[in-house]
Design a protein around this ligand. Structure first.
Ligand code: CMP
Length: 241
């Protein structure tokens, strides 16, 4: 979850601006300027349209990506084409580290759910950076630990909770992934489609609609167009986690 930020300034080819962006990415926070310059020089900016497939499950992994702007979904699909969304990532998040670290194929597909701009760092450069700058490896481990905690909570929710609990868990996951908190209220802009929410919660679109409206009626949530608001994040969390 982020605090409200100034409107995003697109990265220009200007080195200084690119450095500023990279320095704000949590895994690169503690890097010295000379190391930062190296990353910016070896990285490549890439733009994707909404709906583009950025990575395909089972492909060989050759790079790590940092999100400059936009949002992506991390998905796995079965043989019938049904998909489950594991996570939604936004600005300053990274993905593609798993196959870089273990040398196996991509663990999931990554699809742009909005217009997206990425910063791509080749495997060889990223591995070298982790060896040269231990704080990058430590920050990466912290983020991976957080993702494991979320996955544990998803497993608990999918196996033990009723429909209301599963939908609440998805709403809380979105709040953590892409929400903005202001005075205890969390706003989730550009809420994913009902079908996407259903795939995350392991339920149907009808159930999502029914439960979200029940939460609205009880005053926990508000819907303003494609923006979902959790009126009291801590209270909502205490009721459903
Ligand atoms: P990689 O396996 O190289 O390619 C797919 C990427 O999706 C993976 O690296 C991670 O960066 C990301 N990913 C996979 N599973 C999750 C998850 N449960 N939560 C967040 N990101 C994930």
């Amino acid at each position: 979850m982020t605090l409200p930020s100034a409107p995003h300034q697109p990265l220009t080819s200007d080195l200084g601006e690119a450095m500023e962006f990279i320095r704000n990415v949590p895994i690169f926070n503690d890097i010295e300027t000379n190391e930062l310059t190296k990353i910016v020089r070896v990285g490549v900016r890439k733009k994707y349209k909404k709906g583009s497939i950025i990575l395909l499950e089972e492909e060989t992994g050759a790079a790590l990506f940092v999100i400059i702007s936009g949002k992506v979904k991390i998905v796995r699909t079965d043989d019938d084409g049904r998909e489950v969304i594991l996570s939604i990532l936004g600005e300053n998040d990274f993905f593609g580290e798993m196959s870089i670290l273990d040398g196996l194929s991509r663990s999931a597909s990554v699809v742009a759910i909005t217009k997206t701009e990425l910063f791509m760092i080749h495997r060889r450069d990223f591995l070298k950076l982790m060896q040269d700058v231990p704080s990058v490896a430590i920050s990466l481990l912290k983020e991976l630990t957080m993702r494991l905690r979320k996955a544990d909570s998803q497993i608990k929710s999918l196996s033990l909770k009723d429909a209301a609990g599963r939908v609440a868990n998805v709403v809380l996951q979105l709040a953590d992934d892409i929400g903005t908190i202001r005075k205890g209220r969390v706003e989730i802009d550009e809420l994913p489609l009902q079908q996407d929410l259903a795939n995350m919660a392991g339920t149907s679109r009808e159930t999502i609609s029914r439960v979200v409206h029940m939460f609205i009626k009880k005053g926990h949530l508000e819907l303003q167009g494609s923006k979902l608001i959790i009126n009291d994040y801590e209270k909502f969390k205490s009721l459903f986690v």
